[in-house]
Design a protein around this ligand. Structure first.
Ligand code: COA
Length: 389
């Protein structure tokens, strides 16, 4: 009999500041309906000057290692597309900040917003090889587009940490997966840029093509039928995208995509993404956190996941929610991570957006802004310096 493997614990973190879309709309003269209804976003997380993907990742992962033994974690897979170094894995800093044992492998993975799903699947493979081991999967990203570009309204920042192991307490991940890859240029970030480039309409149609392709492969692999799923957790670059994607899938499968059907499938999955903004690799798992925290009892119910990463790679797979999962949720902490953010005005956001770490190799400290447990204290000799607060 095959063992049950999946998500044993899930915790997320986001930034110190938040910019409401009303402030952006006021700045650029956009009707707020375009943001609130047209793309389904109400606010976006904005990292403080002393926060980055490492501090958010460590903040997300710390409660997991506080609750479980560190000794079973022999692998950390850090997924990101806003990496801070071309060589060193961001997860190595996190490994140190949260005090994991040295007998551990740490690696960084990249394929746009899809990376965390690759990490999850690789983690499952490692656990299947040795069910006594657990893998810490971390997805951490800062979504950053040029000021005054269409993408600006779909920025955000968050990290999700997941403990993957045998006999999981939250969600058992199933086989098969439906897979899809296509070489498209819908969204990318060359190494010399710190803001992403995106062809918005191309990214929507590439996403829809990937949903269809991944679903077709899932069906060919003898996956579940669409009617079996209690909910659908999509990657959400903006929450309206989940609605576009699910409508496309329902219609492709010959179903009515009426408002009720969409709301039933997606309604509980967008609550965190709509106020956090795009968190790239973390986005689909922030959707899962919202679903588990908010939906009626899902015990024993299959949930569908559609993970999409521009460029593009997509995966459709299923997870079954485990009996007793509610006792292991971090609902209060999750709400607090969002509620504790301090509103920043447009000028403050713009100043943070325009900041970058000095590249001259000198000693530079960063302003003390975050009230989170970890901070980027500065940069010295081209080395980022982190500290616990
Ligand atoms: N009230 C309600 N809805 C409104 C509105 C208003 N006053 N004004 C516009 N809208 C709607 C539009 O009809 C459109 O809806 P639709 O897509 O269902 O037709 C939506 O708001 C967006 O309008 P659009 O003109 O397409 O906006 P845009 O040119 O600013 O682009 C994005 C929006 C999302 C494409 C852009 O922000 C972007 O490229 N973001 C990055 C996306 C990304 O990250 N992709 C990569 C990963 S998948």
């Amino acid at each position: 009999m095959s063992i049950s493997i999946g998500i044993h614990d899930l915790s997320f973190a986001t930034s110190e500041f938040v910019l409401p879309h009303t402030a952006l709309a006021e700045h650029n003269g956009t009707d707020i309906g375009k943001y609130h209804v047209g793309i389904g976003q109400r606010s976006m997380s904005v990292p403080a000057a002393d926060e980055d993907i490492v501090t958010m990742a460590a903040t997300a992962a710390a409660p997991i290692v506080a609750r479980h033994s560190k000794d079973r974690i022999r692998t950390v897979v850090f997924a990101t597309e806003s990496s801070i170094d071309q060589a060193k894995a961001g997860g190595v800093y996190v490994h140190s900040l949260i005090g994991l044992p040295s007998a551990c492998r740490v690696v960084e993975l990249k394929q746009a917003c899809y990376g965390a799903t690759a990490a999850l699947q690789f983690a499952i493979g490692l656990v299947r090889r040795d069910p006594a081991q657990q893998v810490l999967v971390i997805a951490s990203d800062v979504s950053k587009y040029e000021l005054d570009s269409p993408g600006e309204a779909t920025q955000g920042a968050a990290a999700v940490a997941m403990l993957v192991g045998a006999d999981p307490a939250l969600v058992r991940i199933e086989e098969p997966s439906g897979l899809f890859t296509a070489d498209v240029m819908d969204f990318w970030r060359p190494n010399y840029r710190d803001t992403a480039l995106v062809d918005g309409q191309e990214s929507i149609s590439a996403y829809l093509q990937a949903v269809e392709g991944a679903w077709k492969d899932y069906a060919q692999q003898d996956g579940r039928s669409l009617e079996e799923f209690a909910a659908f957790v999509y990657h959400q670059p903006f929450t309206k995208m989940a609605y576009k994607a699910h409508r496309h899938l329902l219609e492709f499968c010959g179903h009515d995509a009426d408002r009720d059907a969409l709301e039933r499938a997606l309604g509980s999955t967008t609550a965190y993404n709509t106020v956090v903004g795009n968190s790239y690799t973390a986005s689909v798992y922030l959707g899962l956190a919202a679903l588990l925290d908010r939906a009626d009892d899902l015990t024993g119910r299959p949930v569908a996941f559609l993970s999409y990463g521009s460029g593009s790679v997509a995966e459709f797979f299923a997870g079954t929610v485990v009996a007793g999962y509610r006792e292991h949720l971090r609902t209060e902490e999750n709400r607090e991570a969002i509620a504790r953010r301090k509103p920043v005005d447009y000028a403050g956001y713009r100043a943070l957006h325009e900041r970058s770490l000095p590249a001259d190799g000198g000693d530079h400290s960063t302003p003390a802004q975050t009230t989170g447990p970890y901070r980027l204290a500065g940069i010295s000799g081209h080395k980022r310096v982190y500290e616990a607060r």
